[in-house]
Design a protein around this ligand. Structure first.
Ligand code: FE
Ligand code: FE
Ligand code: ZN
Length: 299
């Protein structure tokens, strides 16, 4: 089976999913992840069916399997917080409808942050909320992301994710998205990934993994910081990330880059460029090429 690799791409009001597919193809990707609007807010426009169908045929022509494409829910949805709970639940229900229209099968969700409650209450609120959102006719699986444990973030350990999943009624509608930067920052040593995966398998089960976010980290193991770094330039390192990407047990799982844009001086103007084309090339070659990122940065 071919490696399924892509990155975060934009989804703009003007060309919607069609624009996202074009952006993914420009990076040499065969999958992608997007927010159905701005990641930091919950304003969402209606879906243009004509653009969707054009996107579908472009995907078909280029071997992108819609079943491996990922939507990411906005950060501000917080099922852990009992204030705004109704809003979070109704937003997620609408987001699932949007996924259904767009043909998307997986939605990544940050479990939440324990703002006005204990971690135990937060975990309970999350599974209760998921039980209000998920049902038998829902055609989308929600993937809880492993978090760095910044501030009051919940989902920083496999035990916490297990507690949530144990209390979710529809087990076939729930899964996990591993994020290598977050795992590192939460204290899971990616240089011994087989061991991390074994612990995950013992506690939750590998079959729950639906997506892997591939990011290097600016910070050391257990720092609880959550600052992504470009592949091979952080504390995890290129070879360790390659081990994750090509792990036999995760073969059929889409790998998504969320590494930072790089700043380049373009005729004395600072511009930001996505690193994804270069990073995907390095990943496909399994060879770290510092020059690729340097070339983007222009130094
Ligand atoms: Fe995320
Ligand atoms: Fe992530
Ligand atoms: Zn992150």
């Amino acid at each position: 089976m071919e490696l399924i690799i892509g990155s975060h791409v934009s989804y703009k009001a003007s060309d919607q999913l069609l624009g996202s597919v074009k952006e993914a193809l420009s990076y040499g990707a065969n999958t992608f992840m997007f927010y159905t609007g701005a990641p930091q807010n919950t304003m969402r426009g209606s879906i243009d069916i004509r653009l969707r169908d054009e996107a579908f045929s472009l995907m078909k022509d280029n071997g992108i399997d819609i079943n491996k494409v990922i939507v990411h829910a906005p950060y501000i949805v917080n099922l852990a917080n009992i204030q705004n709970y109704d809003f979070s639940v109704s937003f997620l229900r609408k987001e699932i409808e949007r996924c259904n229209i767009l043909g998307i099968k997986y939605m990544v969700l940050h479990p939440g942050s324990a703002v006005n409650s204990s971690r135990e209450e937060a975990l309970n609120n999350i599974s209760d909320g998921l039980n209000l959102v998920l049902n038998n006719n829902c055609d989308v699986k929600i993937l809880l992301e492993t978090m760095a444990g910044k501030g009051n973030e919940v989902g920083k350990s496999f035990d916490e994710l297990k507690t949530i999943i144990d209390n979710v009624k529809y087990k076939d509608k729930i899964g996990v998205c591993l994020d290598t930067c977050h795992l590192n920052d939460a204290g899971y040593d990616i240089s011994d990934f087989d061991n991390v995966l074994e612990e995950f398998d013992n506690k939750i089960g590998i079959k729950y993994i639906g997506c892997v976010h591939i990011n290097d980290s600016k910070n050391i193991l257990g720092s609880h910081k959550d600052r992504h770094e470009n592949i091979g330039l952080g504390t995890i390192g290129f070879d360790n990330l390659i081990n994750v990407i090509y792990n036999e047990k995760l073969k059929s799982i889409p790998k998504i880059l969320e590494t930072p844009y790089v700043t380049k001086n373009d005729s004395s103007k600072e511009r930001e460029y996505p690193p994804y084309k270069n990073e995907i090339e390095m990943i496909k070659n399994k060879v770290f090429d510092n020059d690729l990122i340097k070339r983007v940065r222009g130094n």
